[in-house]
Design a protein around this ligand. Structure first.
Ligand code: GLN
Length: 177
């Protein structure tokens, strides 16, 4: 999706991969496993440092869990970056079979956004410095702070690229500073 929008991308699996990137997407998956892999690949600390230095980062679903401050219903040894002032509850919309798709209102856009939720986390607290860009069932599902964006759904699974455009805008703004 990002390549289609003209942003060159690469996978980040080891610390030296990160050095070549000026922004990062933390994808969906399983946040407990990703937390472990971030440790074993020795990526956790370098990513934390880059976020603190202002690198734009976009977390989707499990990626959002990893960027949150507090994680409810996580594993005890699960770590998160505390990169955006939200608390999330894992799997709060139900089990795998309760995964769902729905149309949501995207702030500043007249057309609805089709959003795919897969064992999605729910944002249960949001700090005052965080902006909600979309909501579903009275909870924010797309949020932004200075250099961090997070979605509880999977914007890469539809053809609608508006959420990725929002992230690229954030990347551009960060570089202009
Ligand atoms: N339920 C997963 C977790 O807790 C997230 C699912 C996803 O990324 N689609 O990490």
């Amino acid at each position: 999706m990002l390549e289609r929008l003209g942003a060159p991308t690469r996978e980040v699996r080891l610390p030296h991969d990160l050095e070549e990137c000026d922004a990062l997407v933390m994808p969906g998956g399983e946040s407990t496993t990703m937390s472990k892999l971030l440790e074993t690949s020795q990526l956790f600390d370098p990513i934390a440092k880059r976020i603190a230095d202002g690198m734009p980062i976009f977390g989707t679903c499990a990626g959002m869990i990893l960027l949150a401050r507090d994680v409810l219903d996580g594993r005890d040894d699960q770590r998160s970056f505390d990169a955006i002032d939200i608390d999330v509850q894992r799997n709060a919309y139900g089990r795998q079979v309760d995964s769902f798709e729905t149309d949501i209102v995207l702030q500043g856009h007249a057309d609805l956004l089709h959003a795919v939720f897969i064992r999605a986390p729910r944002i249960v607290r949001m700090g005052s410095g965080v902006t909600a860009l979309a909501e579903h069932q009275d909870s924010p599902v797309l949020v932004r702070s200075t250099n961090v964006m997070a979605a509880s759904f999977h914007p890469e699974l539809t053809d609608d690229d508006r959420v990725h455009r929002m992230f690229l805008d954030l990347v551009t703004t960060a570089h202009e500073k």
